[in-house]
Write a protein of this length. Structure first.
Length: 134
């Protein structure tokens, strides 16, 4: 009986670890962090309509992969994602939103003087957030 119980327990552990999405979530976090960093640094370097276009282009180059990765992990729950990985994802999302908000605030005056830059930045932020609502 003990051998059967141990065998079943080992099989369950093997199955659960095979279903883990931690690696996919961690890869998504890295992609999201890199995309957000690129947007922020591009806008900080050039808070004009042209700079926002560059940031939009950089995001567009990553958007399909981010979207596909998000779709693959968004419904992962319970045993599929460890508590540490879930916390890392939540912290990354919060940190990236803070970084985008901070970039907006830092460059508010420059972009406010350039209505086209301001409008393009708003569209970029809408596009960014829509990517993760699917």
């Amino acid at each position: 009986m003990k051998k059967v119980t141990i065998s079943l327990l080992m099989a369950a552990v093997t199955i659960l670890s095979a279903c883990s999405k931690d690696a996919e979530v961690n890869a998504f976090v890295q992609e999201l962090d890199a995309a957000t960093h690129e947007i922020v640094t591009t806008i900080d370097a050039e808070p004009t309509a042209a700079g926002v276009e560059k940031a939009q282009s950089a995001f567009d180059n990553r958007k399909a992969q981010l979207s596909d990765s998000w779709i693959a992990i968004k419904d992962a729950v319970g045993a599929q994602v460890s508590a540490d990985t879930k916390k890392k994802l939540e912290e990354s999302v919060a940190s990236n939103m803070q970084a985008l908000t901070a970039a907006s605030i830092r460059n508010m005056m420059k972009m406010a003087a350039d209505k086209e830059a301001s409008a393009k930045f708003q569209r970029l932020m809408e596009d960014y957030s829509k990517t993760f609502r699917q």
